[in-house]
Design a protein around this ligand. Structure first.
Ligand SMILES: Nc1nc2c(c(=O)[nH]1)N[C@H]1C(S)=C(S)[C@@H](COP(=O)(O)OP(=O)(O)OC[C@H]3O[C@@H](n4cnc5c(=O)[nH]c(N)nc54)[C@H](O)[C@@H]3O)O[C@H]1N2
Ligand SMILES: Nc1nc2c(c(=O)[nH]1)N[C@H]1C(S)=C(S)[C@@H](COP(=O)(O)OP(=O)(O)OC[C@H]3O[C@@H](n4cnc5c(=O)[nH]c(N)nc54)[C@H](O)[C@@H]3O)O[C@H]1N2
Ligand SMILES: [Mo]
Length: 708
């Protein structure tokens, strides 16, 4: 609905032109658009239609925030805005500041805003500052941000992946020495089985659905592992295929509904079944893997009854999946937040890697590991160094280029950074996009913690509640251009390790918005001066790309992309032969102990509705799950009966961190023991239960209790 209404508001022709422009899609990381135009995928297929990119596009094209907006609404009123009201308020087109103790934000000039930032950075020490990036910005802006932060003197540099796919990066690095997908888009056309765990691509990666539908059309199979029976994963209407559009295409051939957090046990069970039937690929393991004995012994010695209880699935289901994987010649294992958002997130992904290795399904065409990434450029932002730790080679190159030593103090992860704010250890926080407050567990804790920072600076395209709840003593919001409005070309990296070029364009609205990279250059120039390095020279993105090509492994081709216009796959990432990036060149298997189940209550899964992009809400209802608004709890018939609840009844939900009243019970297709609510609103309920290795909170297995 949102898309249609707004499409008419901005004008269908204008919108179509934008959709076809040569810019990488702004929504998820499947990676559409770029130099072949907005509706073409990496393999050159057209048309790839997606309601989500339409939504993101129209959202940037609606009018500017009125000039008197912040006079009209006090901070107290702004704090009451829902995510949708904040989003619908309009594009940010002028810088604003909330001074210490003020009741209203007020417009300021860019000069005054930059002066403020300069003096904030000069009046503190680098260890008391932190730099966060969401995943929408360009590689160029992200590279500049981390380079500036390091030269200024801090490794407190992080991106939203700590709340997203960090567990995938950590586990894939442990197993294969590289933190990203081992497959490219073409591989999805070569596989005969996809095991899709903890992901809802129908809403979040719609263009992946075409690949899944095509797989079924050529006789392949799909195992879906998800506590929720997501109806479009049973049957989906592919918009670009006429027959499918009207009659639907079957997606899952097998649907398994484990308990939230039950995936390790389920995957160990599948491995155990393969071992018992002598179906492990011993030849592959002997030649290409290390650590197998311990992992296989662990599965062999696990009790079926423990695996059944811990996973919430049956022995027959685990055996059936083992049989299907054994029958397949080329399997791709794909997953998203259903695996990473747990205190056992890294183990979840390691268990997937173990299964892929044990069945020889990695290191050959058409088979491998595919973390389904979030934001359109979240992978690129990590690749170009927006993470606390830098590879040694990158550090050395940066030291040479910028003529300075880079600190080796360990940087903070995202959660640790909010914690540091709360302890009074941070004075300055810089956010390149995103909604840092809204992304955090325990919203009240996040708000109180952030309030202790002296200065918080946001570079944003639109307003969101994070600007009002995630405020420091002083808060500055700077309006920026979206990638298809930038005067210069920028680049993005897809989840298939493919670099796209976005040619930019004209601003959708009139205003004082600036390019993100330009703002960062200006700040660096003011704080660090022109010697030994002239930061203003990097206002020319070609120069930034030249530096990236010399510093970031596998990115050489970006140095000539302005002339060649050739988009490319980063070298050394995709594995079509079983030689990995580990010291021995072999894949490494790691034992995955069964996680402790949650103590008491129902297991809350917090998820995205069909009509939202992360903390940005476009439509209040969820069409697919039958949830009429944001304040619903999805529950199984059995749990509702056990608690004496009826569909439509209003209840209170209590979590470890907070309580929400007036929540409507929706009885639906979720397994017993699990309930689901929408993020970010329900973050008020969740205490941060962090995975020790990925530092990611358990957003998908938080205990809650229903109170009538
Ligand atoms: N339209 C749209 N697109 C998006 C986004 C968006 O908000 N809107 N967000 C982007 C971002 S940043 C990301 S990270 C991705 C998110 O993409 P997803 O990971 O698909 O999003 P979630 O809604 O978090 O849902 C994860 C799925 O995991 C299942 N699940 C929950 N717990 C478990 C579990 O313990 N085990 C298993 N096996 N499954 C479980 C849930 O039922 C749900 O179907 O999408 C990206 N694309
Ligand atoms: N309970 C719970 N919490 C979660 C999750 C969950 O599933 N459950 N998911 C987690 C995940 S996977 C993620 S990735 C995080 C999301 O974390 P973030 O990336 O921090 O949040 P977003 O909601 O994507 O940020 C949206 C805002 O980004 C700004 N923006 C949009 N486009 C641009 C641009 O081009 N440039 C700039 N500078 N700004 C832009 C707009 O102001 C918009 O309001 O949340 C995490 N938190
Ligand atoms: Mo994400």
């Amino acid at each position: 609905m949102y898309s249609l209404e707004k499409a008419f508001q901005v004008g269908p022709l204008r919108l179509l032109k934008r959709m076809n422009s040569k810019n990488a899609c702004k929504t998820c990381a499947v990676g559409m658009g770029g130099m072949k135009g907005g509706m073409v995928n990496e393999a050159g297929h057209w048309p790839e239609v997606c309601k989500k990119s339409l939504q993101a596009q129209v959202a940037d094209m609606i009018g500017a925030l009125p000039a008197d907006y912040f006079d009209k609404y006090s901070l107290a009123e702004l704090e009451k805005l829902t995510p949708k009201q904040a989003e619908d308020a309009g594009r940010l087109s002028y810088p604003v500041v909330l001074d210490k103790g003020a009741t209203h934000f007020k417009p300021i000039t860019w000069e005054a805003a930059l002066n403020h930032i300069e003096s904030a950075l000069k009046s503190t020490t680098p260890d008391r500052t932190a730099f966060y990036s969401s995943g929408r910005s360009s590689n160029e802006a992200a590279f500049l941000l981390q380079a500036f932060a390091r030269v200024y003197g801090t490794n407190n540099v992080m991106n939203c992946s700590y709340y997203c796919h960090q567990a995938s990066g950590v586990a894939l690095k442990m197993a294969f020495g590289t933190g990203t997908a081992t497959v490219e888009l073409e591989d999805l056309t070569r596989c005969d089985l996809v095991v899709l765990l903890g992901a809802n691509p129908a809403s979040n990666h719609p263009r992946l659905m075409t690949q899944l539908a095509n797989l079924r059309a050529r006789g392949g199979r799909i195992i879906v592992v998800n506590p929720v029976r997501e109806s479009p994963l049973e049957s989906f209407h592919v918009p670009s295929q006429i027959k499918s559009l009207f009659f639907g295409t079957k997606i899952a051939s097998t649907y398994i509904q484990p308990l939230p957090g039950g995936d390790v046990a389920f995957l160990v069970g599948v491995l155990k079944s393969l071992i018992e039937k002598r179906r492990v690929d011993n030849e592959f393991i002997d030649n290409n893997a290390e650590g197998a004995a311990e992992v296989l012994n662990y599965a062999r010695n696990s009790d079926w009854s423990d695996l059944v209880t811990n996973s919430g699935t049956t022995k027959e289901e685990m055996e059936e999946c083992a049989d299907i994987i054994y029958d397949s010649k080329r399997t791709i294992f794909a997953w998203a937040m259903g695996l990473t958002h747990h205190a056992s997130g890294v183990d979840n992904v390691l268990a997937v890697c173990n299964l892929a290795i044990a069945t020889g399904n990695v290191g050959k065409p058409g088979a491998g590991l595919l973390p389904i990434r979030g934001h359109s450029n979240v992978q690129g932002i990590g690749s170009v160094g927006v993470a606390p730790a830098l590879q040694d080679s990158v550090r050395q190159s940066l030291e040479t280029i910028y003529g300075t030593k880079i600190t080796d103090a360990p940087g903070l992860d995202t959660h640790a950074m909010i914690d540091a704010c709360g302890k009074g250890d941070l004075d300055f926080l810089f956010a390149l996009g995103g909604n840092l407050w809204g992304s955090n567990p325990d919203s009240n804790w996040a708000k109180e913690s952030m309030a202790r920072a002296k200065t918080i600076v946001y570079l944003s395209t639109k307003l969101n509640p994070g600007h009002f709840h995630g405020k420091g003593e002083t808060t500055v919001i700077l309006p920026v251009l979206a990638r298809d409005e930038e005067p210069q070309a920028t680049t993005q990296e897809s989840m298939f390790n493919f670099i796209r070029l976005s040619e930019g364009g004209k601003p959708n609205i009139q205003g004082q918005m600036r390019a993100e990279a330009e703002v960062i250059c200006d700040i660096a120039n003011r704080v660090l001066g022109k010697t030994p390095f002239d930061w203003t020279s990097l206002r020319d993105y070609r120069k930034v790309r030249e530096i990236i090509s010399k510093t970031i492994p596998g990115w050489q081709e970006i140095g000539t992309i302005d002339d060649t216009k050739k988009e490319f796959t980063i070298t050394g990432r995709v594995y079509h032969t079983p030689r990995f990036n580990t010291t021995s060149g072999k894949a490494l298997m790691h034992p995955t102990p069964l996680p402790d189940p949650i103590k008491g209550g129902l297991a809350l899964i917090t998820l995205r509705s069909e009509g939202q992009f992360n903390t940005v809400v476009y439509d209040e209802y969820d069409f697919y799950r039958g949830m009429p608004h944001r304040f619903c709890i999805l529950m199984s018939e059995k749990d509702a009966q056990g608690l004496n609840l009826k569909d439509g009844q209003s209840v209170a939900v209590r979590g470890e961190a907070g309580r929400m009243e007036n929540i409507e019970v929706v009885i639906g297709k979720i397994r017993q023991g699990a309930v689901a609510m929408f993020y970010p609103e329900c973050n008020i309920l969740i205490k941060a239960n962090i995975d020790a290795r990925s530092k990611t909170p358990a957003f998908k297995s938080a205990p809650v209790w229903i109170e009538v």
